[in-house]
Design a binder for this molecule. Structure first.
Ligand code: NCD
Length: 311
């Protein structure tokens, strides 16, 4: 595997990547982080344009992609809500992509519909990077999560990892679980009954040899874990508000829950959080979620640089 394999490649789903691909991106990201630390800014992407098309709210994903492109010396165009684009007039996604690819060298897309990124990638001649499609996939979040884990633990193999919360609608945990299947990890899937991980993902994990446990009891599971990955209940994906009300506030990571945790336990969260991690955890040695935010920069620099073929 080398950098040329990445030129023009789409980043749509974790399923499109091998373990070797993942490790390669993380290594490139690490080298970029070091280089950025030494030089302050880089110019690999000078003259290149990134288009960010966000049909759904975002803080970290959009801003870190934009920051990453600027740090690489490139520039950025885009919109941060569908209502400010011609979508409002009824334009199709395919037509928007056909337009934007004529203005840019790489497209980052976030869309409420599962499969939107795949469609965009099929239409576009420039690389398309999926920044989240409905409750399906969020591959760049997963790569930055893995980068964070590798940094914090020095490894991914051998860890016992809990995925907590909305495992049904949460795209971050769908992508993450699929990527973790390449590693020698033990997984605890902790969620309310109605928000369990989709069966096909659980089956896939087991087929790949991962020891998977499912539980509704956070307190009981916490002492076993090296890492707890917390997610927000994805209110906007629920078919009706009544269903959401049944599970709202059903778990919270706080000092009491962490009382029996390993001292070395790390807590991650893709953010935004609502009430699923109490702020009292922020100042403890367990909290890794703000370091996790920073990982978005080197990892997205690596993805942009590789797919553009400028590294
Ligand atoms: C996540 C998302 O958009 O899926 N946020 C993010 O990209 N960091 C998680 C969420 O919205 O709960």
């Amino acid at each position: 595997m080398d950098k040329t394999d990445w030129i023009g490649r789409d980043v749509v789903s974790m399923r499109d990547f091998s373990k070797e691909d993942i490790e390669f991106v993380l290594d490139v990201a690490e080298a970029l982080e070091d280089e950025l630390g030494k030089k302050g800014s880089l110019d690999y992407a000078r003259g290149k344009i990134l288009a960010t098309l966000f049909y759904e709210p975002s803080t970290r994903t959009r801003l870190s992609f934009e920051s990453a492109m600027h740090r690489l010396g490139g520039s950025v165009i885009g919109f941060s809500s569908a209502s400010s684009s011609s979508v409002k007039k009824g334009e199709s996604l395919a037509d928007t992509i056909r337009t934007v690819e004529r203005y840019s060298d790489v497209i980052v897309l976030r869309h409420p519909l599962d499969g939107a990124a795949r469609l965009a990638a099929e239409v576009a001649s420039v690389p398309v990077i999926n920044a989240g499609d409905g409750s399906n996939q969020h591959p760049t979040q997963t790569l930055l999560d893995l980068y964070t884990i590798r940094r914090a633990f020095g490894r991914i193999d051998g860890l016992t990892i809990g995925l907590l919360g909305d495992l049904k609608y949460g795209r971050t945990v769908h992508s993450l679980a699929e990527a973790l299947a390449f590693y020698d990890v033990e997984l605890y899937l902790i969620s309310p009954e109605i928000l369990r991980m989709p069966r096909h993902i659980v089956e896939e994990l087991r087929e790949m040899g991962v020891e998977v446990h499912e539980s509704t009891n956070l307190e009981e599971t916490v002492p076993k874990l090296d890492l707890l990955y917390v997610t927000r209940i994805q209110r906007e994906r629920f078919p009706d508000e009544e269903e959401y009300m049944k599970v709202r506030g059903s778990y919270q990571v706080n000092a009491a829950v962490l009382r029996n945790a390993k001292e070395s336990l790390k807590v991650m969260h893709p953010l935004p959080r609502v009430d699923e991690i109490h702020p009292e955890v922020d100042g403890t040695g367990h909290a890794l979620y703000f370091d996790q935010v920073f990982s978005g920069i080197p990892v997205r620099m690596a993805l942009l640089g590789l797919t553009l073929g400028v590294l």
